[in-house]
Design a protein around this ligand. Structure first.
Ligand SMILES: [Zn+2]
Length: 687
């Protein structure tokens, strides 16, 4: 999908459950969220020199106090806050789940969804019958063309997993006010196409382990071990072929590589072995003339495979994907196998999350705006909205000043940049209009069915946007999510209520740590509009070049400085940070903090700021900044993230920024030659 969301923290919505993580602290929850301040001196380790390592100076105490809980793949300030949110939401859901006559429609939906998920006995009893009709539906396929109808149904009811390819709607890259149909690469289960193609020993081991996982899933749906083993080889062969035809994550960061608009008739010429007309009819797409095919070579390869591979092989592929994709919602052997491979082997979690925690997250993902309404009413006051909106305004003003003052950019390009800045929409807290789920049937005794019906509802909602003007009020993440994003086709920044809570935004604390932390986050999202990727979209969100040639060359030289700096960092063991994959995020981290510092100085100029706890106001700004990302990380998870996460590891998101800020050197009186001080000539600065 061309749809491009630039997350602050991690790709929560892309790999649900694989990453947004939380501890097993048990407590009842009806009260308020627990409070922690936006600058916590006890989280620091003052035995470390900040000029040597600001990150460990600011976070060493936090790291000691916060070992990674066994059911988590990593642990961080963000993860911990989301955990607090889950405990809080659990209390709300347990109340909502009480079967009472006077429950309103929203309460009934979220309450019964949660109750059905928590009914472990019922889920066990249903066993395989929850997916048997889908498995049986494969029997009717006798030709490649007949795959069409089954795939259409499976794509509708499965989310987070694409069968054969991904499809839906997207904003027209040339006219962002309109929504068109879209077809993209997909069809894999491991987190990235590189898992299937890389030749190092670890990748080979992972593939072996994955084949064992596939075999286990086949055994769970009734195959003998021998048959399951053969079937696993078939699935692996098909997925490997699809992976090889897929673009890499770095290639996909160039939006021009993903634009190929065509008519259905042209798509049918690219891939005649798939019955596209029947597919769109079955999916009930609105009439449309043009669609975008992100990766035509992928679709061509799929077409070849549809005839070179037997129909039975494709049925085998689909059987696995049905069972694997729904495993988290089935009886315990499926849930256990899913955990063993995806969370334990791939990401290093030691234990499964308790059931309540998984269930709260499913409600948050699948009925996000029903649950969000109840959450927002409890944690996001009008005063909080007002103060955070004011902070956004200050950061935007700083960005305007910064653009005007750039010494390397021509007046023409500056004018365009300012127009783009003025066009950014700010969405703070929650949507103005909540999604209406009244069409979704939620049953107390059908957990897997509820999941499929909510997925179908979302997929149909997405498809039905085609041909209509774009809805600028729409959000892509739930209000309790502890994350934020910039969307370059919408040209908007989105800060859900969950990310505007202490310790990230702390109304009880003064501006210094708040600007260092949330101010930097706001600046980060704004800067995404002007990073190597976002800068290719104009104020309206169209993929349109607004740069002079000379300015673009100077910009590229500046981002190369950032690429080189981060490429030199080691992520884990023998794995380096991928400077090209993380470039946009690193540019946004640096630009965001520079803006936050400017905006804070402006906000503070009338105030007579004094040291607190032995730290000057400037030092508190930088410690507040560093403490947004205090984290403990598992090596397994670091490996997955080095391949899939466009963000750098936590310590580099802090230290990699301040080495480029003379404001930091000055705040801590650092000396030339110290690790946090770059020679002036080597300092990277883009915005
Ligand atoms: Zn970001």
């Amino acid at each position: 999908m061309l749809k491009n969301r630039l997350w602050l923290w991690f790709v929560v919505a892309v790999i649900p459950l694989a990453n947004a993580e939380y501890t097993s602290a048990q407590q009842s929850s009806d009260a308020a969220l627990p409070y922690s301040p936006s600058l916590d001196v006890s989280s620091m380790d003052k035995s470390i020199d900040p000029c040597v390592d600001l990150y460990h100076y600011s976070c060493g105490g936090w790291q000691k106090k916060n070992p990674i809980p066994p059911d988590q793949t990593s642990w961080s300030v963000y993860g911990k806050l989301y955990q607090d949110n889950l405990i809080f939401l659990r209390g709300m859901l347990e109340q909502a789940a009480q079967p009472a006559d006077q429950r309103d429609a929203v309460t009934q939906k979220i309450g019964d969804f949660y109750a059905a998920c928590m009914d472990e006995g019922g889920v066990e009893k249903r066993g395989l019958s929850a997916i048997q009709p889908e498995l049986d539906s494969l029997a009717q396929i006798r030709s490649a063309k007949e795959i069409t109808l089954v795939v259409a149904h499976l794509q509708l009811v499965h989310s987070g997993r694409s069968m054969l390819f991904a499809a839906g709607s997207t904003q027209d890259p040339d006219d962002s006010e309109h929504v068109i149909a879209d077809v993209d690469q997909g069809g894999l289960s491991m987190p990235d196409r590189d898992y299937y193609t890389k030749d190092d020993a670890k990748s080979k081991e992972t593939r072996q382990r994955y084949v064992q996982h596939i075999q286990k899933v086949f055994e769970l749906i009734g195959d003998t071990p021998a048959t399951a083993g053969k079937n696993a080889e078939i699935v692996m062969r098909l997925e490997t072929a699809l992976a090889k035809a897929s673009l890499t994550r770095v290639e996909r960061r160039d939006p021009h590589k993903l634009v190929h608009k065509m008519k259905i008739a042209e798509l049918a010429q690219v891939a005649p072995n798939f019955d596209w007309a029947a597919y769109y009819r079955e999916m009930q797409y609105p009439e449309f003339a043009i669609l975008n095919v992100d990766v035509p070579d992928f679709i061509k390869e799929l077409n070849t495979l549809l005839s070179s591979e037997s129909i039975d092989s494709w049925k085998t592929y689909l059987r696995f994907h049905i069972a694997d994709s729904l495993s988290p919602y089935l009886a315990s052997p499926f849930v256990e196998e899913n955990f063993q491979f995806y969370r334990k082997y791939l990401r290093g979690a030691k234990e499964m999350q308790p059931r309540w925690k998984r269930c709260v997250q499913y409600v948050d993902f699948d009925l996000s705006e029903a649950l969000g309404q109840v959450y927002v009413a409890k944690v996001f006051s009008p005063e909080l909205k007002q103060s955070t909106v004011a902070m956004v305004q200050r950061i935007e003003d700083a960005m305007g000043q910064r653009i005007r003052a750039l010494d390397w950019m021509s007046p023409e390009t500056k004018q365009q940049a300012l127009t783009k800045l003025a066009g950014i929409r700010n969405k703070i807290g929650y949507p103005d209009k909540w999604r209406d789920y009244s069409a979704v049937k939620i049953a107390r005794d059908d957990f897997a069915g509820n999941v499929e019906r909510t997925h179908e509802f979302e997929n149909r909602r997405d498809i039905n946007k085609i041909g209509k003007p774009v809805d600028h009020g729409e959000w892509d993440i739930s209000a309790p999510t502890v994350d934020a994003y910039y969307n370059d086709q919408m040209n908007d920044i989105n800060f859900p209520a969950g990310v505007l809570q202490p310790p990230l935004y702390d109304p009880k604390m003064d501006d210094a740590p708040n600007y260092g932390d949330t101010g930097g986050t706001i600046g980060h999202e704004l800067t995404h509009g002007f990073d190597d990727e976002g800068s290719q979209f104009d104020a309206k969100g169209n993929l349109k070049d607004w740069w002079t040639k000379e300015d673009r060359e100077k910009f590229d030289a500046r981002t190369k400085c950032v690429d080189d700096q981060y490429s030199s960092y080691v992520s884990v063991e023998d794995v380096h940070v991928n400077g090209k994959l993380t470039l946009g995020e690193n540019v946004a981290d640096l630009g965001g903090e520079i803006l936050a510092f400017m905006a804070w100085k402006d906000a503070a100029k009338e105030k007579n700021l004094q040291p607190v706890d032995g730290l000057t106001p400037e030092q508190r700004f930088f410690v507040g900044f560093a403490q947004w990302d205090c984290a403990n990380e598992r090596p397994e998870d670091m490996r997955v993230r080095a391949m899939t996460d466009p963000h750098s590891p936590a310590r580099y998101r802090i230290n990699g920024v301040v080495v480029n800020m003379p404001e930091f050197t000055q705040a801590f009186n650092c000396k030339p030659g110290q690790p946090m001080v770059k020679p002036a000539a080597d300092v990277c600065r883009v915005w």
